[in-house]
Unconditional design. Sequence first.
Length: 428
Amino acid sequence: MSDTTRPRIAHQAAATAPRFRPSRRSLGALIAVPGLLSLSACGGSEGGSGSGDTTTLRVVDYYNTPADDEVIQKTLETVASEVGMTVSREKVPGDQLIQKVLQMSSSKTLPDLLMLDNPDLQEIASSGALVPLDDFGIDTSGFKQEILDAGTFEGKVYGIAPTVNTIALFYNTAMLADAGVEPPTTWDDLKSAAAALTHDDVYGIAFSAIATYEGTWQFLPFMWSNGGDETDLGTPEVAGAAQLWADLVNEGSASKGVVNWGQGDAMDQFKAGKAAMVVNGPWNIVGLQTDAPDLEWDVVTIPVPAEGADSVAPLGGEVWTIPQTGDTEKQKKVAEVLQKFVSAENQLTMGTARNTIPSLTDAAQTFAQEHPELATFVDQVSTARSRTGQLGTEWPATAKAIYTAFQQVLVDGTDPETAFADAAASLG
């Protein structure tokens, strides 16, 4: 279904919006516990976290909103019961999860099933705290390679995502219609549309350019779609993406406040009618429909530098892993649970409840047909990339270099080529 034929979205909400941030904490948690990465629970025959209780499935995750919590709990209970297990679940705040995992790894008290935000997978897998999923015969066929990349370390899949998400461009249909503006598809379209939509106290576009991983997450679609790459930040293509952001701010089409806004703040501007367009994700859809029920809006993929180019956005979402507990027999049962958990049927159920996109390619297409209001995100996911796919454990340092550079451009007025050349140099 094309964007031009997709129905306007001024109607029903899905269930409560899923809680999602592209990256929940810096490496401070890793630094705060020196040496723990080398103290993983590589129990094997020497023991580990296994308790001998093969009927209780210990699960650790960070889901706490109703949409996430309820459907995850129900799905886990259903699939666990099918292999004769009951669920004991611990919910850890997102910003504390990695610290908690490292402590459990050190004390050999890792759970049977562990959920991780996908950028964190590399760090935990590198510690030896996880087992490769193919050790227990988990079938990953039918998953797009880029989705598997988000759960891969050194060529082996350690985590698998039942659903994923990304970002796209929301727009206020009434504002665009009143201004005679079509939804933008290219950067030139975006700049002209944003300028035409800016008036009085309304900005044409809102986005998050905050100095956190969240800001980097929002910058990536522009960098990647322009041919920029995280392996070399000192290229004209990377600088060109920053120049686009600078143009939008300097021309007054975007507020200078973008440098302080998280994604929720940017969406609040859109809800309040202070921004005609906003770069954001599906996890904010229910809040949008709840807080601004009369606002008519739709979504298109993020505009590209030139017509016909692929819009390449970052892949978000969580991966589920099997920790190294040393209890091989129980791990076999846990693998059965995980395989059932990520079935197409369960992906569709969880995707519907959480406004997230099924990871299996065929299930995603079915989902788009059943949920046309989310079809744009299915399109965007089809070309999305893993943030850690190329850099692995080096990604956090690069993410910081990226947001530091575009902050210099937007706050200090530094030339984009200079800012990103410095960023590249800082990485060695």
